[in-house]
Every structure is written in C-alpha cells, then in structure tokens.
Design a protein around this ligand. Structure first.
Ligand code: NIG
Ligand code: FE
Length: 419
C-alpha cells in the first residue's frame, strides 16, 4: 500500500541533502520544516516530499488506484518519536512504593529495604512469558498511539541467568511481532540480587562468565547496560562488564550519574558507549569528557520528575556544545509512563530547552542513542516511513505547550496506517 499525504500544514524535521546523525550545541535549535507540504510513501519508505505549490501527482513513482490519499489540512506531520531508554517489560506495577515516596522515603532507601528493582525481580520470576509478553504488548500499543515509532527495551528485572534470558526472549518475540522498531539491551547489572548480598563481586563474575556468553550465543541483545551509580555498580565493575560485553559485539549504553558524580559518564565515554543516560549529576569534568565523543548524553526527565530529583543541567550542556537526547525510561519504579509528548513538555519546562531543541532530542538525537538514526528520526527520502499526523494544532510550539493531552491523531509505521 502506498500513501500520499497532501495539504500538510507543516512537515516537521525534514532533511534534504546531507543527512545528520545528530545535532549538537547551537545546531540543536535548528529544525527544518516545510509549510503546506505533500509527502509520498512507497513500499514502507519515504519516497518523496515537497511543497504543495510544486506538487505534480503524475511525477510520483507507481501512484495508482491502490494509493491511499489523505488530506491533512490543518494538521502537521512529524517523524515518530524514538524512545531510546525503557524498561517496559515488567510484571504488574509498584504504586505502593509510590506512596512510600510521597511519604518521604528516597529511591535508595526503598531499594535497600528490598523494594525497588528487587520487588520487580521477584514478580518477574513468578510471571509466565506469555503474561509478560501480553503486558508489554499493551504498553507498546499505548506508546504507539502517543507517537512512538521506535523503542529500546532493557532486561534487568531477571538478575539470574535464567530470568535474564527469559526477559530477552520475550523482547525478541516483541521485536518479531510489533510494527515498532525495537532494540534490546542486556542489563544484568541493574541491581545485585538478594542471593548475592555482600557478594557483589561474585555477581559481577556471574554476569561476565555466564550471562554475557549465553546472551551472545542466542544473539539476544543489541547493547549492554550497567547501572553505574552510588549504591549499585562501581566504575571498575562497570569497566569489567563492558569489556566482557564488547568482546561479543555488545555496544555499551549505560545508566550513569543519576544518584551521584559516579564516574559513570567517564567510563561510558572511555568504552565508546552509544549513550550515557540519566545524568542528573553532570559537572564540568563530565561535560569535558563528553565533548567530542561519540556518546549521546541522554536525559530522562520522567524519572527526575517522578522521583522529585534534581534535574540535569541541560542548558549548560547544550550551551557547552553537547548534543542531548531525551527518552521516557518507562519502568514501574521511577517513570511509569512512556508518553514521549510529556517528555517533550518536561524538556522545555524543566530543562529550559526550546521546542526545536526538545524535538531534536526526541527524534534525531534519540534515534542516534539507540543506533537507528540512519533509518529513523527525521523525514528524509529513503528513511523508514514512521511518522504521525497530528490533530489540528496551531503551531509546533503547541506540542510541548499543551502538556498532558494527546496531540497525535494517526500513526503510520513501516508505511502502514497503524493507529
Ligand atoms: O532507569 N536507575 C535504574 N533503573 C531504573 C529504575 C528501575 C526501577 O526502579 O524499576 C531507572 O530509573
Ligand atoms: Fe533506566
């Protein structure tokens, strides 16, 4: 099925000529658009686009009676969001801890009491693969309806070889069946399981000697992640695990500097991580380490908001010349939402990003942070046709401004109208 969109009020985040793999510093406020545009999708790929005033239907390749034409007057078209950091495969929910948090307990205190990640670990162990798959599937449907077209999903609630493999196998099934572009990340080092309390080194050894080789043998993960932070894994332990993963071709994407100046950012850069994520504690040394590197600093404002944490110094990071991406961190403990429109609003309100910068952060730059910026993240000829049509909206700025409501009307994934 081919699709022709006409009378698009504004076609947003287009690329013509040289394509960028990400935008950094001042360039983050560049957002290319066309007013009153058309766009033609053929065989799942963006075939061509341009201004209505130069539109000549007879010049389109293979246009025929089977082409669906949509008049998008008053509506804008965006590339779908790339959500480069989620833990959306989990069992149930953790609203009891949410109440503990409201009453004043910190994330670390909840974790120390066996709550937090270990709570989800226990539940995941008891859940069947089918139940986990169905719960995750419903979350995928929801995020699609809010404009997400690509998502990274981590393991990390297994924390035994068997349960980590179980998670990754479910993610593989989601990959096979979902219209979303999905990347999977092995996060055995999300927390130290109860059985290894006081024996952290042994758990790290288990990850290195058993989990990583088995994950690689079944080709279950694209990336490797470590929660490198105060109270979790040290930079030295992180280095050991990243080196072990990289031997099997797993590129790092790590959790860093959420709870302290943990050294995680520096370790990530040292090992060529695709991204370092969270970054609430980012100072001059961390900015220096990131500048000129290939590592995408990735912000997760949903977690900072939900946990009432300090916000990463994003203005300073961009003004220093860095690129930034934003993702939802969708998980049951620190960000139980995968709504990227809300993330866009938070980026503007809490990080003082301009709407253009925030849009780059949730499309092109987050596509880079999950290794898909060659095929997604912008409207460019030859890229995958993953895009959404908005409801009638007055301006681009309205997207982050009108926080909390769904401005997405229809979603097209792989060139098919999905929702
Ligand atoms: O990214 N920081 C570590 N992990 C998750 C939280 C996971 C959970 O609490 O279940 C995060 O915020
Ligand atoms: Fe996370």
């Amino acid at each position: 099925m081919n699709i022709l969109l006409t009378n698009i009020k504004k076609l947003v985040q287009i690329e013509t000529g040289e394509t960028k793999i990400f935008r950094a510093g001042k360039e983050m406020s560049e957002l290319h658009t066309i007013n009153n545009a058309w766009l033609y999708i053929r065989n799942g790929i963006i075939d061509s686009f341009g201004e209505m005033k130069n539109f000549d239907k007879s010049k389109l390749n293979n246009i025929d009676n089977f082409t669906t034409e949509i008049d998008t007057s008053g509506r804008m078209v965006f590339p779908t969001f790339c959500d480069s950091h989620t833990h959306l495969l989990y069992d149930g929910s953790r609203e009891i801890e949410y109440i503990d948090k409201i009453k004043g307990l910190s994330y670390e205190e909840i974790a120390k009491r066996g709550g937090g990640i270990l709570n989800s670990t226990k539940r995941l162990h008891e859940a069947s693969e089918e139940s986990l798959y169905n719960q995750a599937w419903a979350r995928l449907e929801e995020i699609i309806s809010m404009g997400t077209g690509a998502v990274e999903i981590k393991s990390g609630y297994g924390l035994t070889t068997e349960d980590e493999l179980k998670m990754l196998r479910v993610i593989r099934k989601l990959k096979e069946n979902s219209p979303l572009t999905i990347k999977s990340t092995f996060l055995g080092a999300h927390a130290v399981p109860l059985e290894y309390k006081g024996k952290q080194k042994e758990y790290v050894d288990l990850i290195i000697n058993e989990m990583i080789p088995m994950v690689a043998a079944e080709d279950l993960a694209d990336y490797i992640d470590v929660f490198c932070d105060k109270g979790f894994f040290t930079p030295l332990e992180t280095e050991r695990m990243l080196m072990a993963g990289m031997k099997y071709g797993l590129k790092p994407k790590i959790h860093a500097n959420e709870l302290d100046y943990s050294g995680g950012i520096q370790v990530g850069v040292k090992y060529g991580a695709l991204s370092v994520d969270h970054l609430e504690y980012t100072g001059d040394d961390e900015i220096k380490a990131l500048l000129g590197s290939e590592t995408m600093p990735t912000l997760l404002p949903g977690a900072a908001f939900f946990l009432g944490m300090v916000y990463a110094p994003v203005r300073k990071m961009i003004d220093s010349g860095l690129p930034v991406a934003m993702a939802s961190d969708f998980n049951p403990g620190s960000s139980p939402s995968g709504n990227m429109q809300l993330i866009l609003s938070m980026g503007c309100i809490k990080y003082k990003m301009l709407p253009e910068e925030a849009i780059n952060a949730v499309t092109l730059n987050s596509a880079y942070a999950m290794g898909v910026s060659d095929i997604l993240g912008t409207i460019a000829v030859g890229k995958k046709a993953n895009l959404f049509i908005t409801k009638p909206i007055p301006s681009i700025e309205f997207m982050p401004y009108s926080f909390g409501s769904n401005k997405v009307d229809r979603v097209i994934l792989n060139g098919k109208i999905y929702a």
